[in-house]
Design a binder for this molecule. Sequence first.
Ligand code: PEP
Length: 261
Amino acid sequence: MTEQKRMYIVANWKLNPASLSDAKTLLSGTKEVAKKAKGVTAIVCPPSLFISPLRELYRKSTTFFIGAQNMYAEDTGAFTGEISIPMLKSVSVNHVIIGHSERRGMGETDEDVAKKVSRAVNAGFTVILCIGEWERDEQGSYLGVVEQQIKTALSKVTYTGLSQVLLAYEPVWAIGKGSGSALDAHGVHQMVLYIRKVLKDMYKKNSVLSTPVLYGGSVDAENAEALMREGEVSGLLVGGKSLSVKSFGDILLAASKVTTS
Ligand code: PEP
């Protein structure tokens, strides 16, 4: 029998929705469904402008969190447009996505990611660290790309600090492509095993094998259950489908089903 575990479902709203009022509606609907999803931790990451007003909408919970889509590694200074760890902490936000491929595509390097991850972990944050190859080649060099991303991103994170990290494997070629474009569950499982092997090489302890590994890339209500069950991930990172209460709710409920059966 497979061990029952908690599922982490992360919503990345990206640059959506267009208004605070729509964001409030989306958040309250999402929160209602999340209540029914036993065994599931939901982390909703809205645009930074909406974090504070949304955070004020509900009481503190241990299974539902507002997170940030990104943060800057410095606490203060001349960094136009950025948000810092102290700013997030001041509005009771302790979860952050780091290294999303869309940020990497705007110039964020593995070293930038490493600095952010280490600062966030040291500040007590839970980090959703995104890794994933841009493309797949038949020779398997994408495995080396993922290994390098993990090793650099976690280079300053201790064994203890690793317990604050959720790894989100997101093959970039599968992100935002819509139904039927996700990596299949077997492929996801292969990558989960590979990522665990990389962690074991780095930290030399068997316990790192239980570090949660999530999958992201064109997840929807149809493929979510198979990805979690057969892919043996500890959760999902959801972009497009997190913008509808119905589709995100179905993904949350699928995760709950996986934890309870
Ligand atoms: C993402 O934003 O990380 C993502 C996985 O998006 P989508 O679910 O739309 O592919």
